[in-house]
Ligand binder design. Structure first.
Ligand code: 4GW
Ligand code: MN
Length: 344
């Protein structure tokens, strides 16, 4: 059969063979040296500048409008993880139904001081907590005041308890604020250890304004100060004098935390308050006081004992601050106070 084929081929087939070989050679040559002859022609070239315009319109519609801002703002306000991989809690970063189920038997404490003229903030604080704080969970309010008899109890839901405790009122407001650490060292150890699993510590001159639930619970939890959440580290108002026990050298530290909301497991708050209390006492012996009192000591502690969870400024906001458009939910708001009226 093959012989038959051979005999059937015309003489000019040698020419054809040569032609095919030549074509193959040229094609191979062009492919090897990337001669552009064989590149497919783009029928509809992509208009990249048009694409960019479309993208920026899309981003402009982003719910939190974060991407419209400058590089720095964009980076900081989109952070959902710390450099040590702890979550930073923003709206949309958790599923509250799953977490509520996980915490159905968790006992939570809310620790607050209302001394001297700050007693006026207590009722709105507690009423707003009934509305937004750990709704549906077991809560004990630990209220410390020098005016136990003046406390007006809010209407409270089942599973919620108000504990009133007497505390001396210090003359200096700085000492009132710092005494919270001393009281915490005693109460976390002696009372709270058996009564609750997690403790949340808050300023009283605040109101809950939106959901604050079990998503904030963790071993050690701190909140980013709303005035510094877009700031460079170098501008943080840490204690910078090496003589203070709250000293944080330049280059150290991750966030500037605000002492108006932090929390954690009871034994973690015991350790934290012991360390801060010790620092405050040592400073007093040297007749110095950290620049932002217990907030400076808290920041120092948290630089070297990293929080396992960080709360975004959604959890501490003041409507007088700039950049409020970056904060979708303003969950815990500073009350605008007349400083002259509340000064002691
Ligand atoms: C100035 O005259 C004062 S009085 C500054 C604080 C004072 C104060 C604070 C007080 O008289 N009674 C009192 O209970 N506190 C507690 O310390 C209260 O829980 C308050 O929220 C916390 C911290 O003080 P602050 O809220 O005034 O601190 P900033 O200005 O940082 O919010
Ligand atoms: Mn305050």
């Amino acid at each position: 059969m093959p012989g038959k084929w051979k005999s059937m081929l015309p003489a000019r087939s040698y020419g054809i063979r040569l032609l095919v070989l030549a074509i193959l050679f040229i094609v191979g040559f062009c492919m090897q040296y990337k001669v552009p002859v064989f590149r497919p022609k783009e029928e509809h070239p992509i208009n990249w500048s048009q694409k960019l315009v479309e993208k920026s319109i899309e981003l402009a519609h982003c719910e939190r409008k974060l991407l419209l801002n400058t590089q720095n703002k964009r980076k900081m306000a989109l952070n959902v993880l710390t450099p040590w991989l702890a979550p930073i809690i923003w709206d949309g970063t958790y599923d509250i139904n799953i977490l509520d189920n996980q915490h159905n038997s968790t006992r939570i404490g809310l620790f607050v001081f209302a001394v001297k003229k700050y007693i006026r903030f207590l009722l709105p604080f507690l009423e707003s907590a009934e509305r937004y704080f750990m709704v549906g969970h077991n809560v004990i309010y630990y209220v410390f005041t020098d005016k136990v008899n003046e406390v007006v109890k809010p209407k409270m839901a089942d599973g919620r308890i108000l504990q009133l405790h007497y505390v001396v009122s210090d003359q200096r407001w700085q000492d009132v604020s710092m005494r919270r650490m001393e009281i915490l060292t005693v109460f976390t150890k002696e009372h709270m250890a058996n009564e609750i699993d997690y403790l949340v510590c808050a300023d009283v001159d605040m109101v809950f304004n939106d959901h604050v639930g079990v998503e904030i619970l963790g071993d050690l939890v701190a909140t980013i100060h709303p005035a510094y959440f877009l700031s460079e580290k170098g501008t943080f108002t840490y204690e910078r004098r090496p003589i203070s026990t709250a000293y944080i050298p330049h280059g150290h530290g991750d966030f500037y935390y605000m002492a108006a909301l932090y929390g954690g497991k009871v034994d973690e708050i015991y350790k934290l308050s012991m360390a801060c209390r010790k620092g405050i006492v040592e400073d007093k012996k040297k007749n110095i006081e950290a620049v932002w009192q217990e907030e400076s000591h808290l920041n120092r502690y948290l630089v070297y004992n990293k929080p396992t969870k960080v709360l975004s400024p959604e959890y501490l906001w003041d409507t007088n601050l700039p950049n409020g458009e970056l904060i979708k939910k303003k969950r815990f708001l500073a009350v605008h106070k007349n400083h002259k009226e509340v000064r002691n």
